[in-house]
Design a binder for this molecule. Structure first.
Ligand SMILES: Cc1cc2nc3c(=O)[nH]c(=O)nc-3n(C[C@H](O)[C@H](O)[C@H](O)COP(=O)(O)OP(=O)(O)OC[C@H]3O[C@@H](n4cnc5c(N)ncnc54)[C@H](O)[C@@H]3O)c2cc1C
Length: 375
């Protein structure tokens, strides 16, 4: 890791314990902590960023996949993964707006984030199934000089507390008929409700759009060729997002590992050996995640390394938290509520930004194309 990245890592590590203290089971109001408020005005493209983080005289926008990975991994390891998902800011929606928005759209969207901590969402998943992005049922139909939006979304991060967000919808059959639109949550026909979950509590919501008016200016990608407006945009947004999801999985695994390491007696050789094996697995997935982030920064179209890292990290998070509970013995879930919480949160990583089945298809397609060697 470079000196610059280590500086960022040390900053997040120092701030993260306050986040953890604020983050106990946030079913109602989302937890607030200085680190989350700071993140709310980061991850914004340079042209629209007004308040970069300055550490040792250097500016950090936390915009590259590598910086996002370092930030989110450390904040999950020493802070809290679910709280990160409930944080104000631009993470998911901002990726789409940066990829598909014109200057006016980007200026308005990112400008809002500077006014006060503002929650946003990216709504893709529908009740009929989220894995197949092509099978959208939400419709965007012309109505005079504008459009109307009708449909439902579920499992959407911050849906119930956002002021604005991006919604995927279909204008006509076929992949070119999929569009992304900016939606203001004060618009008539918009409703949202939280979804109770066992893991990542407080983070997810469901949305309904009933004849919600969408002005022409809210369509993302109007200035782009038809092939670049819809699916192309979100496929490119997904690659860095998968690295972030992987980083959160690695962070959860590290949190569990650190928690147990601090509690096992020195002479407990067998359990210490198991912990050391887990530590080696964490180191491996951690370096895969950094390699994926570097690959995406070099080529935003690189899908297979983020997919591989996300798959490995989702499995690792579950393995690490389950192993930690076993190593601490019967009653660990009751005696270590934080670990119990992380063990539930770990299952959420599997579903974020596509399940492992979907990631494996991405890796196998790259293999079939000859983009990576089977060795
Ligand atoms: C913590 C968390 C945060 C999330 N944040 C958001 C968000 O901000 N915005 C958003 O839109 N969504 C979000 N989601 C939803 C997430 O993207 C979906 O859960 C995911 O895409 C899977 O969709 P699904 O739950 O509808 O499952 P389904 O698509 O119904 O899949 C069910 C099962 O079938 C498998 N499967 C499906 N298709 C195939 C196939 N072709 N081949 C093999 N197996 C297959 C899947 O792997 C899965 O095991 C979030 C989910 C979680 C848990």
């Amino acid at each position: 890791m470079t000196r610059r990245l280590r500086t960022l890592q040390e900053y997040v590590r120092a701030e993260a314990p306050a986040l953890r203290a604020a983050a106990r089971e946030p079913d109602g109001e989302p937890p607030r902590a200085p680190l989350l408020d700071r993140l709310a005005t980061l991850q914004i493209p340079r042209k629209y960023a007004r308040d970069p983080l300055v550490l040792d005289g250097e500016e950090y926008l936390v915009l590259s996949a590598v910086e996002r990975v370092v930030f989110h991994e450390e904040a999950a390891a020493y802070g809290d993964a679910a709280a990160l998902l409930s944080a104000p800011g631009s993470l998911t929606a901002g990726m789409l707006v940066a990829a598909l928005g014109d200057d006016a759209q980007q200026s308005a969207f990112f400008g809002r984030l500077h006014e006060r901590p503002t929650w946003t969402f990216l709504a893709m998943t529908e009740p009929q199934g989220g894995s197949d992005a092509n099978r959208l049922h939400t419709t965007l139909e012309p109505a005079g000089s504008s459009f109307v939006l009708n449909g439902e979304k579920r499992y959407v991060g911050n849906a119930h507390r956002a002021r604005t967000g991006v919604v995927t919808a279909r204008t006509r059959p076929g992949p070119l008929g999929i569009r992304c639109v900016l939606v203001d949550t004060s618009a008539p026909g918009f409703s949202a409700a939280p979804i109770p979950t066992l893991g990542m509590r407080g983070a997810l919501g469901a949305l309904r759009f009933e004849d919600l008016p969408v002005p022409e200016e809210a369509l993302l990608g109007r200035h782009l060729p038809a092939t670049r407006r819809g699916m192309w945009g979100w496929l490119h947004a997904f690659n860095p997002l998968r690295c972030v999801a992987a980083a959160m999985g690695v962070g959860l695994a590290r949190a569990a590992h650190l928690h147990v390491a601090a509690r096992l007696a020195e002479q407990d050789v067998t359990r210490r050996r198991r912990l050391a094996e887990l530590g080696a697995r964490i180191a491996g997935v951690r370096s895969l995640t950094m390699a994926a982030a570097r690959a995406v920064d070099a080529d935003p179209g690189n899908a297979h390394l983020p997919a591989a890292a996300k798959t490995a990290a989702a499995a690792l998070a579950v393995e690490a938290t389950t192993t930690a509970l076993r190593l601490l013995g019967p009653g660990a879930r009751l005696e270590h509520p934080l670990l119990d919480r992380w063990a539930r949160d770990a299952h959420g990583i599997e579903h974020m930004e596509g399940t492992s089945h979907i990631q494996r298809m991405t890796v196998s397609q790259a293999l079939a194309r000859g983009d990576l060697s089977p060795a």
